[in-house]
Design a protein around this ligand. Structure first.
Ligand SMILES: *Cc1c(COP(=O)(O)O)cnc(C)c1O
Length: 390
């Protein structure tokens, strides 16, 4: 059977065609889900392609290949969650290795790295990667791994992937990029020199808020094989059912991203000129400090944004109470618009001082802009913001 996704490197075609028309038994256009945990041998000591589903599964393998093709990498590994993809990368580390992570990385990643470092599994350096002095000092410790996440959560800070890759490679470090906020449709870190790219597929890749999953892609075959070996060893590979659902979501990723970011740009413009708003953080706005780097390394500005509301936490409460279309929930990247309060939700684990240092105030609100009709999104925000100031 032809692997249609190999015809091209255009994301829309890969997303739609990956795993289509590969069923040799019935010619099913959409391949069936392979739920079997185990596979027969052809004969004594004659294994087939798959033998046990923790190690390898046809449905998961098809999805892994699709993401690897989208990121233009060598090996794709589907994991049970985004966090297990991060944990998988930690298998590359020994106790005398140093890891550099950004101070504003995803809260779950921050928790994992800090707690493993506390147990002495590796040394950890936490830096603001936009601060050249701090970053140079960190790299002088010759780290084994540099973790990058851009744009960041919840302030959408942007760092220059290519620049960090170059100075990290100079000291022999591997660079792994969390690409969850943009998806391979809007940013391809391996093309900018990174060694590993990973995603929480829970977010844009699945896109329908009904799967928790992760995926990791390596630029080099050997590193991918090493990580795939570990994924099987520690047992964090993703399920066939989740892989099927995520691949189903993936087919519309490019067209969803198009609508997501079109809506987000309009929401950002609207908020910018609203009397109840004191600041808007969105890389698509010219005045955003990361705008130029985002323009250089991304093919779009994404659909995550945050803003500060006048009137502090009271105004936040009133806004949330009056919104009808937006859902008050953490997570992001689904077709539905979500709104959240980082200080009491996603970043509640941080001390108040640490929150303020990271720029997360009580009046900061984060939005995952969905693909509903833009007029409805803006009307709901407007009536909620008006109510918030009464
Ligand atoms: C959600 C998220 C993760 C963790 O993924 P899970 O699927 O929740 O385990 C990692 N990084 C980023 C940027 C995320 O948004």
């Amino acid at each position: 059977m032809p692997n249609n996704s190999k015809l091209t490197n255009k994301v829309s075609t890969i997303a739609v065609r990956s795993g289509i028309n590969i069923d040799e038994h019935y010619g099913a256009v959409v391949a069936p889900i392979h739920l079997s945990s185990t596979y027969s041998l052809n004969a004594f000591n004659e294994k087939r392609q798959f033998d046990y589903s923790r190690t390898g599964n046809p449905t998961r393998a098809t999805f892994a290949q699709a993401i690897a093709d989208l990121e233009q990498g060598s090996v794709g590994i589907v994991t049970s969650t985004g966090m297990s993809a991060v944990h998988l990368i930690c298998q590359l580390l020994s106790c005398d290795d140093t890891v550099v992570i950004p101070h504003d990385c995803y809260g779950g990643s921050y928790r994992l790295f800090t707690h493993l470092a506390k147990r002495g599994l590796f040394r950890l350096v936490v830096v603001d990667q936009n601060n050249d002095v701090e970053l140079t000092k960190a790299l002088a410790q010759q780290p084994k791994l540099v973790l990058v996440e851009t744009p960041s959560n919840p302030l959408l800070r942007v760092v220059d992937i290519e620049k960090i890759v170059n100075i990290s490679h100079d000291v022999g470090a591997l660079v792994a990029v969390d690409n969850t906020f943009l998806s391979p449709v809007l940013q391809q870190p391996l093309q900018l020199g990174a060694d590993i790219v990973f995603h929480s597929t829970t977010k844009y890749i699945n896109g329908h808020s009904d799967v928790v999953g992760g995926v990791l892609v390596t630029k080099e075959q050997a590193l991918g094989e090493e990580l795939a070996w570990w994924a099987n060893c520690i047992g964090i590979t993703g399920s066939a059912f989740d892989s099927y659902l995520a691949q189903r979501g993936l087919r519309t990723l490019p067209i969803r991203m198009k609508q997501h970011q079109e809506n987000a740009q309009q929401v950002a413009q609207f908020l910018k000129s609203h009397a109840a708003i004191t600041a808007v953080y969105f890389p698509g706005l010219k005045e955003h400090p990361g705008h130029d780097i985002a323009k250089k390394q991304q093919t779009g500005f994404g659909a995550m944004l945050s803003f500060e509301i006048k009137g502090g936490v009271n105004a936040v409460k009133k806004l949330f109470a009056h919104l009808k279309l937006f859902t008050l929930a953490q997570s992001l990247g689904g077709v539905e618009s979500l709104i959240s309060h980082p200080s009491t939700m996603t970043h509640a684990g941080m001390e108040k001082e640490a929150q303020l240092e990271a720029g997360i105030s009580q009046s900061l609100i984060r939005v995952s802009v969905g693909i509903e009709a833009i007029d409805d999104i803006l009307a709901d925000l407007n009536q909620g913001l008006v109510q918030s100031q009464l």
